[in-house]
Ligand binder design. Sequence first.
Ligand code: SAM
Ligand code: SF4
Length: 403
Amino acid sequence: MAYTPSSGTSQLIAGPTLRTLSSAEDNMGGFIAPENQSKPQKQAPFPVKLKNSGPLLDNSGRIATDLRISLTDKCNLRCIYCMPAEGLQWLPKDNLLSAEEIIRLADVAISELGVEEIRFTGGEPLVRADLVDIIAGIHALHPEVPLAMTTNGIGLEKRAQALVDAGMTRINVSLDTICPETFAKLTRRDKLASVLRGVEGAAAAGLSPVKINAVLMPGVNDTQAPELLDWALQGGYQLRFIEQMPLDADNNWTREGTITAAQIRALLSERFVLGATSIERGDSPAQLWEVYPLGTELDADGFPVDGRESLGQVGIIASVTEPFCGACTRTRLTADGKIRSCLFSQTETDLMELIRSGASDEELALRWREGMWFKPRAHGKNSDSFTIEEFAKASRSMSAIGG
Ligand code: SAM
Ligand code: SF4
């Protein structure tokens, strides 16, 4: 019997394991009908008793344990879904957190606020000359905390071993195509060979699994999705497709131009069969599928009737059409020392001024808790669910926030 990955019921703001699309939503390209939306919620004031201790709790009851640190807003690529061709106005050097300040804030996050894992991002984190010192500094204080990085991979092959030696444990390399012409069109730079060397260098340095992040754009690289998956499976890399979000600096994002999770599954089904997985999703934003060759017959639960092994897994992060805001565990620190409770936040909490004014760890932790308490419920808004038109316009674009 044929198994349809997209069958099931939509669950907005539910835990990650529950989300799949209804057929009505599929007919809308995966977007949620306006009549299914609920009214904005009121936010509770920050409770005084929470001020001086405890984790990063927000007024919807979520606790942030996963810290994203943007190390720089600069980048050596110009991906069309992220940056304008001419780049952005870069932050002045004095406005960037120093290595010592980043290490101190990471220590506060772990020791005072219960952060359990840290991912470095940007801009492009490899652009920072002191990246290895930052990782080594945090690792020396907290060797138990996993340190990960999201990178475009340029120059990674030369630095991967030093990063691993410093304490880096996980890596995601962003790569949307393995076609050199498409890569040049998407990133506005002719650098595919360097990224591919970076991916190989990461694996050679012992980082496992090497995860690959890919964004699909209609008419640019969408039809290459099966080819990219084939390449990833052959190399032993774990590919994850991310729906494009309205966070591009050029403001070109449109609902029609978003390749939805349902469409990604359909594209991949031209060359593979996607089946259910028994791997626990936990609070991961990526829904995983087992990948089989065409012709594989699946039972009603999505497993092969002949019990064959899969070729590997593929992940799909449906941030737009199957949101997981209700299970969000993230807190973000920008390169200029601002806390953002959500990618789509319109407000930020400044820690740079505080840290430079000689504040104690307790004062920094208190300000951080306050900033997180008002985390919006979903995609920058305080409603339980939203239409695509209701996406809050983030106050910065992706590369300036740290994706
Ligand atoms: N420069 C690094 C890189 O590209 O991996 C780190 C920063 S980048 C902003 C982090 C991730 O955000 C990348 O995987 C990138 O593909 C993704 N990204 C950027 N703009 C996006 C958008 N508008 N929608 C969805 N993902 C986006
Ligand atoms: Fe740079 Fe990453 Fe943005 Fe591409 S996605 S422009 S590599 S920051």
